[in-house]
Design a binder for this molecule. Sequence first.
Ligand SMILES: [Zn+2]
Length: 141
Amino acid sequence: MSNEKFKMESRTFVLKHELPVSRVERYWKGLEDAKIYGTVCKSCGAKFSPPQADCSYCYSSNMEWVEIGGEGEIECFTQLYSFPQGFDFAENPYIIAVARFGDFKVMGWFEGEDLPEVGQKVRAETRQDESGVWKVYFTPA
Ligand SMILES: [Zn+2]
């Protein structure tokens, strides 16, 4: 039996978002200088990475910018086998991980010979991807 009758006609659906970044511009500029920034709420102490200009817990805008660095530890990761729109340049499969750096959790692309392990020590660096977007990359420490 042929699968011909189950074929569906499809079209590409493009969805674009406008994200205001002016109040967290320091984060994006920092990536270009190999710096990863987070914010700490001076009112309640909540920590944000990626940084937020306003605290989502106490709604204060009294935030302090701090640099995140040193050695991190993988908390979780996922290996992706298909490309979301805009990630067509990626080599399949690729790994997105969350690593803890002190009190901050940072998301980045993992680059290593093998799959990462939870608890594995990593270092973070910043670089432009093939499309020109600055990103965080983790490599085994
Ligand atoms: Zn707060």
